[in-house]
Design a protein around this ligand. Structure first.
Ligand SMILES: [Ca+2]
Length: 585
């Protein structure tokens, strides 16, 4: 009997392992910036000629309901982590976020990122730069090119700058080719994340493309990008990598088509138009209407991803992490909420069903064909002002892709359901570790609330409250549930620059901001010290420091404030805190 049982166990165990054996393709993500849904001929553009991407679409699957995000940094944190921007932090993606590159590297992949990073607040903060976030190799610009220039980093080192925006598509393609030919370890599968700066304003094309397209300068850039992507794909062929490489082409957000921004930009080549086309979709970058989020997406993997296929299944950049986990053989993190779903079966053509719903950041949700936007849906300033009324909106995207016919009044039940789903998707988890004597409350200060924590470290004579907040701005309170305050109450604040810190206790308000050692003291200021982890004083005013090459680092340490006993001996039952980090995003 024993023998039978163990044989069954072996068989039961063996089947899923055999079936679930990861295919471990190489992965090449080609990610453009601010490129519209309808910029490519294969997505309906009549002016721009894009033969190489059209060919890629023929060789693979063209997705027509693919969602990125509505703006650069949030789009990148979502793509890298599988988590909605309200959880993954956007431009200020915390070092504690886990990217697919980190997981793939641990699973034996070689990883590289070329191009625009944009999740370290556009600053060289080492623990939030690509090398620390899972990439073996990095070359590119940490921020955007809004002023017509970019500063490069190679790994963690500053690597010069450029004002030649027209040279960036070629430069990043060259760097990617160099990675494939010269830096790649052929014993390992690779993941190459190529994030172009184009078509983000300030756009430009190189002389051999400028003035050549029918789509103006923007069209020239699209056509140069198409040509350069073709060169990169040719290198995959030359290196016999095409058959083993999953290629994904998509963009971070919709086209930047707000006229007032056009006029405000300096240094843009004269007479040029710098926005893309969204075809039938409403609005553009920064908007939760479809043109902000819905982007072209082509996936090719010869013999695996069906060729010549168009799929309208819902698919999203947040799905990359769980999908790569399944394809490449690693586990998605289980200590945090992952918003993405595994779309391997959709990519491989084993199903035509994609996501059930997609959440629009602080705005609403699409479920099936129905799209709901709440009255206070979040719009970034880039969005086109198109006279939206701040009311519930409900659209049937099958009938009304352009979101013109608001059906909210006709379907109050659907509005309620989708409103509730939006709320559910926005619920956050807050880390609080507290002994029962104290109750910690974090106030809702916006979408970054889950980044904040107040941890209690209670000893016999002192209690230390550790305040940290990856978003850099927040507030909370510490309540005494029973008994008395301990002899010593210490606040340790783990921000990088204590620009604003306020304490309310016993009916009085005090500043705990730090102005440097020896700064003049005022009556309503509590003494603050800046200390290293060993409790030794640190010089300067911030825990961020730069070295000679301009690389900045966060020094290990914290700000410390002792709450005066005189205040706690009063009837005070709570300490209220609010904080602002100078280095917040
Ligand atoms: Ca962008």
């Amino acid at each position: 009997m024993k023998v039978v049982i163990s044989l069954c166990a072996v068989v039961l165990f063996a089947i899923p392992v055999l079936e679930g054996k990861p295919l471990r393709p190489n992965i090449l993500i080609i990610f453009t910036d601010d490129q519209g849904y309808a910029d490519l001929a294969c997505y309906g553009n009549k002016k721009n000629k894009t033969p190489r991407l059209d060919q890629l679409a023929k060789e693979g699957t063209r997705f027509t309901s693919f969602y990125s995000q509505t703006v650069c940094g949030p789009s990148r944190s979502a793509l890298l982590t599988g988590r909605q921007p309200l959880r993954s932090g956007g431009w200020g993606m915390p070092a504690s976020e886990i990217t697919w590159a980190e997981l793939a590297r641990k699973a034996g992949y070689q990883t590289a990122c070329i191009g625009k990073w944009d999740v370290s607040n556009r600053k060289p903060i080492v623990d939030r730069m690509p090398n620390a976030q899972g990439f073996d190799y990095y070359f590119g610009a940490l921020g955007a090119n809004d002023n017509g220039s970019v500063q490069f980093h190679e790994n963690n080192r500053a690597a010069g700058s450029s004002r030649d925006m027209g040279g960036l598509v070629r430069l990043y393609t060259e760097k990617s080719i160099d990675f494939l030919k010269n830096k790649r370890d052929s014993a390992k599968p690779f993941m190459l994340y190529l994030a172009h700066t184009m078509m983000h304003t300030i756009i430009d094309a190189s002389p051999s493309f400028r003035g050549k397209s029918e789509g103006g300068l923007y069209g020239d850039v699209v056509e140069e990008f198409d040509h350069e992507t073709g060169r990169l794909l040719d290198v995959l062929d030359d290196l016999n990598l095409s058959e083993t490489t999953l290629v994904i082409y998509t963009s971070d957000n919709g086209p930047w088509n707000q006229d007032k921004y056009t006029k405000r930009k300096r240094g843009h080549p004269e007479g040029s138009v710098f926005w893309g086309e969204a075809g039938p979709l409403r609005n553009g970058k920064g908007s939760p209407y479809e043109a902000g989020y819905r982007l072209p997406c082509i996936v090719r993997w010869p013999g695996k991803v069906p060729a010549n296929r168009t799929s309208d299944a819902m698919f999203a950049s947040i799905d990359f992490l769980p999908t790569f986990a399944s394809l490449c053989g690693f586990e998605a993190p289980d200590d945090r909420q992952i918003d993405g779903i595994d779309q391997t079966e959709l990519l491989l053509g084993k199903t035509e069903k994609g996501r059930d719903y997609f959440y629009f950041n602080r705005a609403g949700v699409r479920k099936g064909k129905w799209k709901y936007l709440r009255p206070n849906a979040h719009f970034h300033g880039y969005a086109v002002e198109d006279g939206r009324k701040k009311i519930d909106e409900l659209y049937d995207l099958e009938e009304d892709l352009g979101e013109r016919n608001n059906l909210a009044d006709k379907h109050p039940d659907l509005v309620l359901e989708l409103k509730e789903l939006t709320k559910q998707l926005e619920s956050k988890r807050v880390t609080v570790d507290e002994p029962t004597q104290f109750q910690i409350r974090l106030k809702d200060r916006g979408p970054q609330r889950e980044c904040a924590s107040i941890k209690v470290n209670a000893g016999q004579e002192a209690v230390i409250f550790e305040v940290s907040d990856q978003s850099g701005i927040g507030s909370g309170s510490i309540h005494l549930r029973n008994g008395r305050w301990p002899e010593k109450v210490v606040l340790r604040v783990l921000l990088s620059g204590l620009e604003g810190f306020e304490i309310k206790v016993g009916g009085k308000t005090f500043s705990g901001a730090y102005h440097g050692e020896g700064a003049p003291r005022r009556d309503n200021c509590l003494p603050v010290r800046m200390l290293d982890t060993g409790g030794r004083p640190l010089s300067g005013r911030y825990l961020i420091e730069s070295d000679k090459s301009g690389v900045t680092n966060r020094r290990e340490g914290y700000y410390e404030i002792e709450v005066p006993q005189a205040l706690l001996n009063s009837e005070a039952r709570a300490i209220e805190l609010s904080w602002v980090d100078f280095y917040r995003r």
